[in-house]
Design a protein around this ligand. Structure first.
Ligand code: GLN
Length: 241
């Protein structure tokens, strides 16, 4: 059976090329001899509850609200997570998995599939390069992404951060992203998995187990170039709790 990668609502969630994350995941499996398929589900179409991996991208407040409403209808994503599916979610997608987020008409409940809350609107929208030192136990190299959001995210006890912010804002308290079980959320656009091959492999390893190396010279060049760029224009502010 091919590894099935469900790209949720690419018509409304997918700013900054986030849809490319699904392509990177599928390609990195195929290059190693695994079968993989991308299942695109547009808003209004039923989300299959049987895929191995679900990918959600970012979006403006209106499309984000549309996506959250549509996903809440039958909770297929929740059933898939309960059955052991992996989720990789970026920015708006990350936010709606949690308990609350800022929708187009203000704060509203999220899908409640993960223990994080997105409630505070910062005075200044964090926009720019995001540089992240991953939590040591993940054994990942420095991560790079691009952020543009108007919300801050607080993790509950069930979730742990993906890493700490070296440049940029991320969650807003010095941490960035979240991992809970097999759900990984992040503020990194890019697409994040094109910039960070090791992060793609971490997510895939949760499905197929440890993966052998690939020739990653090109993504590594990109990652190093983005790290240099972010370090030269270091951005940092954190919300007061
Ligand atoms: N609308 C959300 C916010 O501004 C998410 C933005 C995004 O996905 N880039 O916080």
């Amino acid at each position: 059976m091919p590894v099935s990668i469900c790209r949720i609502y690419p018509d409304v969630l997918g700013t900054y090329g986030d849809g490319g994350n699904a392509v990177v995941l599928a390609k990195r499996l195929q290059w190693r001899g695994h079968e993989a398929e991308i299942v695109d589900v547009r808003t209004g179409d039923p989300v299959p509850a049987t895929c191995d991996l679900y990918v959600l991208g970012g979006g403006e407040d209106d499309p984000q609200t549309t996506a959250a409403n549509a996903l809440a209808v039958d909770n297929a994503l929740g059933r898939a997570i309960d059955a052991g599916a992996v989720v990789f979610a970026v920015c708006a997608g990350y936010q709606i998995l949690g308990t609350t987020f800022n929708g187009s008409d203000g704060p509203r409940p999220g899908l409640g599939l993960a223990d994080w809350a997105t409630t505070t609107r910062p005075r200044h929208r964090p926009v720019g390069e995001l540089l992240v030192e991953p939590s040591p136990e993940l054994e990942l190299p420095t991560l790079t992404g691009y952020e543009n959001h108007a919300s801050l995210t607080v993790l509950g006890p069930e979730a742990r951060p993906l890493g700490t912010v070296a440049s940029g804002v991320g969650n807003g308290d010095g941490s960035e992203g979240a991992i809970q079980g097999r759900i990984l959320g992040t503020y990194m656009h890019g697409p994040a998995l094109a910039r960070n091959a090791a992060l793609a492999d971490l997510v895939l390893s949760w499905i197929v187990g440890p993966l052998g190396p690939l020739d990653d010279e090109e993504p590594e060049d990109l990652r190093r170039e983005r790290i240099t760029s972010a370090r030269s224009s270091r951005r940092r502010w954190f919300a007061r709790r």
